[in-house]
Design a protein around this ligand. Structure first.
Ligand code: CP
Ligand code: NVA
Length: 298
């Protein structure tokens, strides 16, 4: 049984296949309109979602499949009414795969090990692999032909970044992490495990984004996070015009969204000519479709 939990569980060949399938679906969606015929996808959300919800829902329907939105409270996906494994066992009698968004990465991992139903990680506190594969597609489209592109991540050390680092560790592209030292300290040990000559840490936003071809950011406080005090460390980490003009010509700005305007990015940058955030949102759908075909393939 195949699951899609984290990018670092996948082989490079598998990621290449998912990306190339997404490109093919984007070019010729009609050809794939029956790829998931008679299959049903369940979506379980324990946190809010707009893009992941819609891209999976519409994406699966466009592949000829069915979608069931399941609110975890309504189906008792909480180990209180019954064990979550028992919920999955029952779900497996009706549906073919399930996407879960929660704040409990360990639970998703354990459930995937039980091999009851193919599971897709739709974001946890630890990672957001669907987002980063979608962003990889966007990067390939926007930076086509640019060899040795420099990517800069500025802001928090969070779920989206972790998936980006997993991808960097496989493809070895240049990635600068620009994170306040007070925040970075907490993750320094984890970073050491991932570190390689193309993955570098900076605390200075201007130094770290110099000559970047892509600047990525995300909210400073993620959903479900308690520590809102840390916002004070990000004072100089807003992606603004100055940071964009310090980067390479035609730098692209990326953000998985939702964005807090005026915090991690100014409206001028978010809505400006360098921003590809809506393309990122759109590409989520082609990637989800390729992931669905990947996990459902026998
Ligand atoms: N980027 C992303 O996952 O958006 P949602 O939280 O709206 O799904
Ligand atoms: N880091 C953000 C991503 C949202 C898509 C969060 O977890 O809230």
């Amino acid at each position: 049984m195949k699951h899609f939990i984290d990018i670092n569980n996948l082989k490079k060949k598998e990621i290449d296949e998912i990306i190339s399938l997404a490109i093919k679906i984007k070019k010729n969606p009609k050809k794939y309109s029956s790829s998931c015929k008679d299959k049903t996808l369940g979506l379980i959300f324990e946190k809010q979602s707009l893009r992941t919800r819609l891209s999976f829902n519409i994406g699966m329907q466009k592949l000829g499949g069915y979608v069931l939105e399941l609110q975890s409270k309504d189906i008792g996906f909480d180990n209180k009414r019954e064990k979550v494994e028992d919920v999955l066992n029952v779900l497996s009698q009706y549906i073919d795969c399930v996407m879960i968004r929660n704040n409990n990465h360990k639970q998703i991992l354990n459930l995937s090990k039980a091999n009851i139903l193919p599971i897709i990680n739709g974001l946890t506190e630890y990672s957001h692999p669907c987002q980063i594969l979608g962003d990889f597609l966007t990067l390939q489209e926007c930076l086509k032909g640019k060899k040795n592109a420099n990517i800069a991540w500025i802001g928090d050390y969070n779920n989206v970044l972790r998936s980006l680092i997993h991808l960097q560790n496989i493809y070895n592209f240049k990635l600068n992490l620009i994170i306040p030292i007070e925040v970075f300290k907490k993750y320094k040990r984890e970073f050491q495990d991932f570190k390689n000559k193309n993955l570098n840490y900076f605390s200075d936003p201007v130094l770290g984004t110099k000559n970047s071809n892509c600047i990525m950011t995300d909210v400073w406080v993620s959903m479900g996070e308690k520590n809102i005090n840390k916002k004070k460390y990000f004072k100089n980490y807003t992606v603004n015009k100055k940071i964009i003009s310090n980067a390479a010509n035609n730098v692209i700005f990326m953000h998985c969204l939702p964005a807090k305007r005026g915090q991690e990015v100014t409206s001028e940058v978010l809505d400006g000519k360098n921003s590809v955030v809506l393309m990122q949102a759109k590409n989520r759908m082609y990637i989800q479709q390729a992931i669905l075909i990947y996990v459902l393939k026998k």
